[in-house]
Design a protein around this ligand. Structure first.
Ligand SMILES: Nc1nc2c(c(=O)[nH]1)N[C@H]1C(S)=C(S)[C@@H](COP(=O)(O)O)O[C@H]1N2
Ligand SMILES: [Mo]
Length: 256
């Protein structure tokens, strides 16, 4: 049995004065068009290294109304990209368990299941995914636990994949199930966003186990917990599939 580790964010308590300050900051940025990953960098100081502060902002952000944020979301806005020399090495590992419990998946057995509102439900192999058009972006992953890091992820744009399997792209959600009991989901506009990838590579080589071998979602317009690793199934649905952290009170939308 994998022991979940403690989440720093659950322990955050704000002083009343801090609460008021944060709320007014949020209101300002909210009215400008929603809290973007970029605006969050501003709110939390430029390097996003101060765990405490990031936690406070994000925890307050979690109480925001998902529906209002979805309404503000354009589906088009691009996340900032960086240069190769800005990539963090080694990249931080994070999961609800420690590094000792990273699932080790066997390439030979691995298949990606496809279910829900799609024309073609045949499972996919790694080889099949490699044959689809690929894309690579250098972007920042931001975790609610108070760290962020720049990395390079490459793979199949989720949009390309959804088109290939004949997904109903008027459906509301795309859900992901992982080999480690983790799960998450995206709204359809985010699933179709050009930078949202089914990532096969990190730093131009196949994803190592700690970063989600053999396949993960990389969505730079969302927070880290919406980037599921070790995915084994994709479901297209009009019912919100939720997520591991989302179902424990984290803001479902969590992004721009
Ligand atoms: N399968 C799985 N995916 C997961 C998680 C997890 O526990 N299991 N943790 C999420 C969280 S909270 C973060 S911040 C990122 C961390 O990705 P990294 O290990 O590549 O830095 O993975 C996300 N995807
Ligand atoms: Mo995270």
């Amino acid at each position: 049995m994998i022991e979940p580790k403690k989440r720093a964010i659950a322990r955050i308590k704000l002083e009343p004065a801090q609460q008021i300050q944060l709320e007014s900051l949020q209101r300002r940025h909210f009215l400008k068009g929603g809290l973007t990953v970029g605006a969050m960098a501003m709110l939390t100081g430029c390097n996003l290294q101060d765990g405490d502060q990031v936690d406070k902002v994000l925890w307050s952000m979690s109480r925001w109304n998902d529906r209002v944020q979805a309404w503000l979301f354009s589906g088009q806005k691009l996340a900032p990209t960086f240069s190769k020399d800005q990539v963090r090495n080694p990249f931080p590992f994070n999961a609800f368990y420690s590094e000792d419990d990273i699932p080790e998946l066997d390439t030979a057995d691995w298949k990606l299941g496809v279910s829900g509102l799609v024309r073609d439900k045949a499972p996919w192999t790694l080889e099949g995914l490699r044959k689809l058009p690929q894309r690579s972006d250098i972007t920042r992953l931001i975790c609610v636990e108070g760290w962020s890091a720049i990395g390079q992820w490459g793979g199949v744009p989720l949009r390309t994949f959804l088109e290939h399997v004949g997904a109903d792209t008027t459906a509301k959600f795309v859900g992901f199930k992982c080999a480690d009991r983790y799960y998450s989901s995206l709204d359809m506009p985010t699933a179709l966003h050009p930078q949202t990838l089914l990532a096969l590579d990190f730093a131009e080589v196949a994803l190592p186990p700690e970063y989600g071998y053999p396949l993960r979602v990389r969505v730079p317009t969302k927070l880290g917990f919406k980037n599921p690793k070790h995915i084994v199934e994709i479901v297209v649905s009009n019912e919100n599939p939720g997520g591991y952290w989302e179902d424990q009170g984290y803001n479902w939308f969590s992004g721009i």
